[in-house]
Design a binder for this molecule. Sequence first.
Ligand code: ZN
Length: 209
Amino acid sequence: MLQGDPNQFAIVTFDPGGTIGWARLILDARAFSRPEHKVLRWLLSWDCGEFSGQEEAQLEQGVALIRATRLNGVFNRHTDVVGEDFELTQLIGGENLLSPVRINAVLNWECHKQGLKYVLQKRQMRKSVTPERLNLFGFKGKWRTSGKGKDAFAAMQHAVVWSRRIKKLSQSRPWKLSDGIASNAYWDCACEEIDSYGRGQCDMSHPRS
Ligand SMILES: [Zn+2]
């Protein structure tokens, strides 16, 4: 992987609860710079897991993951942090019932301090990403929907869903490459090339700026 490449985009997701599941995708921003680019073709790396220990210890690991992901050499990676939204769907949960609420609050505050947005995504949105589909996409693993591993799986589901949502948004508004830095951002097109009539040869629909 290129160190310090400003054109990297990271997605960090959390499935908060008694055990915090986490996942991280690191993508080349070209996944979103042209509508026809397939997201997974531009996947640089991925990993996922579950934190262990007391809630505070798990949160420390979560905060460390966000920081380590955002800082990439001398550049900051464009990083989206996503957590599963809390839904009061069950009334039996004991002292851990509200732990997702506490975890989301801490991660939200950490993101705020780092100038990142903590986005909440509904549980329902991840249901379409089955273990079979994850494997088909190239995320090879023994994905578990219950017991140990289910929280890492949930975080992976959220990561895939978020990447799709970002891709959808980029269809009508492709990303400028190097958008995470202040200068030298450019469209991934032939805009800059001028033909013999003095016209730009843009082959892509994007905002004129
Ligand atoms: Zn153009």
